[in-house]
Design a protein around this ligand. Structure first.
Ligand code: SF4
Length: 390
C-alpha cells in the first residue's frame, strides 16, 4: 500500500508540491456528474474516479471497517483505499441522513491510521449548507466566485435530474425492448454527453435529444406484464453492485421495475413531513433516513396494483429495520407480496438469485390465478408510472 507524503508549501491546486487529486466513493452512475462538478470547481486539480467496485473493493473495505457497521460504510472505505492507492490525495464525503452523517469522521480516522496522508472534505461536517460548502471548497483551492460556484452546483444538480429521469424510464422498459440492451445503450451515450456538459443550454438539448431517442425504441407488446416496485435503503438501491444487480435480473425476467428512490428524489422530491403523511396509518414517527419513504412508496405501489414489492437494505440498517413491520402491514392490507432482501459485503449471490426467482415464479402464478378468476386489474395494461419521474 503506497503512502503519500506531503512536502513543501501548499498553494491552490497543489498539495505539498504535488497536484491535488480529488476522489470520492462510488454510488451507481453518479460519479459522472460528481466528477464533472469537481473538475469545474478545481480547474488546477485532477479528478480520479475510483476504480469500479469489485470483490477486491469490498474485501478491502470490510477488512478495515468495524464488523457491524452497515455495508455502505465498507464499500466507501474500499473505494477510498483504491483511490488513494492510485494517487488521490483529496477525498470527498457527503454524509447526512442517519449514521451516514458520521461516516466521514470515522473513515478519515481509519485511513489516517493506515498511514495515508490526504485532505478530507465532508459535506456533513459543513451541515450540507451551500455557504459552508463554498467556504470549504475555497479552502481546498476552488478559485471561483460564489455565483460561479452556484452555477456549477446547478449544472451538477440538473445533470442528476436528467440522469435519473432516463434511468427511471430505462428500469421500466428495459425488459421489453425489441432489441435487448437498447435502453442501456442510449443511457450510456447520454452519460458520455453529461460527462462533458458545461451549460444549461447543453443540458436542455441532451434532455430533448434523449426524450426523442428513448421514445423511438421499439417495444415488445406483452399480455402478462408484471410490475415490481423497489423500495428500501438508498445506497443499497442506488449502487447496483451492493444489491447484486437485482434490477437487471428483474428486467431479464421481463418485469417492469419501478424505483422512485434516486439522487434526484433526494435533491428535488424528498419531503420528510409529506413522506410521513403518505405512510398513512402505517407510521406515526420518522425513524430516520428513508424509512418513511420506503413505507409511503410501498403504499403507492399497493394503490397502483403492482404485482409485488422488493424491499432492499444493508444488513444492520436501523431505519429500514424499523420500517419493516409497517411494510408487513402495507403488504397485508393491499394484498401485495413483499420480498425482503438484506445485503452486506458477504451476501451469497446464489442465495439471493434463488429467492428472487422463487418470488418471480410466485408473482407469475398469482397473476395467472387472478386472470383465471377474472380478477386481473391494472397490471394487464402496459402502464408506465409517469407521475413518479423527476
Ligand atoms: S440508511 Fe441504513 S445502511 Fe444507509 S447508512 Fe444509514 S444505517 Fe447505514
Amino acid at each position: 500500500m503506497s503512502k503519500q507524503k506531503q512536502k513543501g508549501r501548499e498553494v491552490p491546486g497543489i498539495q505539498g508540491g504535488k497536484e491535488q487529486v480529488f476522489s470520492f466513493p462510488h454510488m451507481g452512475d453518479y460519479h459522472v456528474p460528481i466528477a464533472r462538478l469537481l473538475e469545474n470547481m478545481f480547474p488546477s486539480g485532477r479528478v480520479l474516479v475510483p476504480p469500479p467496485i469489485t470483490k477486491q473493493t469490498i474485501a478491502l473495505g470490510s477488512r478495515y471497517s468495524p464488523d457491524f457497521i452497515c455495508a455502505p460504510f465498507k464499500f466507501n472505505v474500499g473505494n477510498y483505499i483504491e483511490a488513494l492507492a492510485k494517487g488521490a490525495n483529496v477525498l470527498i464525503q457527503t454524509g447526512l441522513g442517519c449514521r451516514f452523517g458520521y461516516f466521514g469522521e470515522v473513515q478519515e480516522q481509519i485511513l489516517r491510521d493506515l498511514g495515508y496522508e490526504f485532505q478530507f472534505f465532508s459535506l456533513a461536517r459543513e451541515n450540507a449548507r451551500l455557504k459552508n460548502a463554498y467556504q470549504g471548497f475555497r479552502q481546498l483551492g476552488c478559485p471561483h466566485s460564489p455565483a460561479k460556484f452556484l452555477f456549477y452546483v446547478l449544472i451538477a444538480a440538473e445533470s442528476i435530474r436528467i440522469m435519473d429521469h432516463f434511468a427511471f424510464i430505462m428500469r421500466e422498459r428495459a425488459g421489453f425492448a425489441q432489441r435487448p440492451g437498447s435502453f442501456e445503450y442510449l443511457y450510456g451515450c447520454m452519460l458520455e454527453e453529461l460527462r462533458q456538459v458545461s451549460s444549461i443550454k447543453e443540458l436542455l438539448a441532451i434532455r430533448r435529444q434523449y426524450n426523442e431517442a428513448f421514445g423511438k425504441v421499439e417495444m415488445r407488446q406483452t399480455q402478462h406484464l408484471l410490475r415490481v416496485g423497489i423500495v428500501g435503503e438508498l445506497y443499497t438501491l442506488m449502487e447496483p453492485y451492493s444489491n447484486l444487480f437485482i434490477e437487471k435480473e428483474l428486467a431479464r425476467h421481463n418485469i417492469m421495475v419501478s424505483r422512485r428512490m434516486s439522487a434526484a428524489f433526494l435533491l428535488f422530491g424528498k419531503n420528510s413531513r409529506k413522506s410521513l403523511k403518505d405512510t398513512g396509518k402505517y407510521m406515526r414517527y420518522w425513524p430516520g433516513a428513508n424509512a418513511t419513504d420506503s413505507v409511503a412508496q410501498s403504499r403507492y405501489y399497493g394503490k397502483l396494483g403492482y404485482d409485488g414489492i422488493i424491499h432492499m437494505k444493508s444488513y444492520g440498517c436501523t431505519p429500514e429495520i424499523n420500517a419493516m413491520p409497517a411494510l408487513h402491514n402495507v403488504g397485508k392490507d393491499y394484498n401485495i407480496p413483499i420480498l425482503y432482501l438484506s445485503f452486506d459485503g458477504q451476501t451469497n449471490e446464489t442465495g439471493v438469485l434463488t429467492r428472487l426467482e422463487a418470488f418471480v415464479d410466485m408473482l407469475e402464478m398469482r397473476r395467472k390465478t387472478f386472470e383465471e378468476d377474472g380478477l386481473s386489474g391494472r397490471g394487464h395494461r402496459f402502464y408506465f408510472d409517469k407521475g413518479s419521474r423527476s
